[in-house]
Design a binder for this molecule. Sequence first.
Ligand SMILES: *Cc1c(COP(=O)(O)O)cnc(C)c1O
Length: 349
Amino acid sequence: MDKFWCEVDLQKLLENIAILNNINDKKTIAVVKGNAYGLGIEEITNFLQDKVDMFAVYSIKEADKIKVYKDILILSPDIEYDRLKDLKKNYILSIGNLEVLEKFHKDSNYRCHIYVDTGMNRLGIKPEDVKYYVNYIKENCLNVKLEGIYTHLHNSSKINYTKRQIINFKNSIESVKSQFEYIHCLSSNSIINKEYREIAKFTNTVRVGNILYGYSGMSFGFKPIYSMYCKIMYDYYVDRGESIGYGNLYRTKRKTKVGVVNIGTIDNIGVIRQRRQNFVIHILKTAYKYFFKSSYIYYNNKKLDIIGNPSMNYTLVDITGIDYKKSHKLKVNICPTICDTSLRKKYIS
Ligand SMILES: *Cc1c(COP(=O)(O)O)cnc(C)c1O
């Protein structure tokens, strides 16, 4: 039996797309990097192929996992050079430097988007160089078709900073934008912001991942499309006053019914995929969780008390007085993005 599994609700995915379409009149690139945020790239792209305009992944290697014929934007400008010969026709590369152009094969054709770095200072073309790059490619690389241009808003909680980024992007492409079919900068956390949408009116496409799957945007109605489940392996009673678990840290205050779940710290239980906004807040939250015993295993939406600390492979839960049957599944707070591809998934439509 699987230790735990993931149920993916495709109906909710549809609903999330409907919410997105409500606030967005642009073309949609569904980001499916990281195995579609842990939810299974093959199934998710299969389901989404006629509902979005394009897919985006991190690398060519990831694009190879997509079986449907739909345009796929490879986001990383750090391109796998050994794969540049005879790329599939639906693959679109991101150009973030001139070096990659030298690696292109003369007798192959390349579809590309230009990636502009408006502040992340990682990879990408600086706004002031955009015009030069576009003209350079037009004149020197006849096998390169420039189809799009984009930037990434990497810190959308900083309002003024992000606004400036969008405006920088706008200014940098002003003289060349008519040459591009796709112009994009908004992603999950920026498309939900009305002000950003207003400033980004000159764009015609969005790239979204998190809100589609319900990892963020909950206050705007987006819902998680995934639930993780586990089962209790076996259960037993422990008398009052006995200790349970490692280091005898836990002492029963009453006769206790204990359930054993075979997931543990190795499975990263209790790790919530959440941006660490601030280190101090993170520490406080961790401390809070320690003192106010949060739980990550639920029975019919009721939190179960965790007994002691989870060990590497097992977690003990208090199921005293709970009428559960062996076949019952328990919801567990494990984030699919940190699970590997072997995680069993069940798609519900
Ligand atoms: C991951 C990623 C996205 C999607 O971001 P979400 O917050 O999941 O919408 C968009 N653009 C780039 C460049 C990315 O790397």
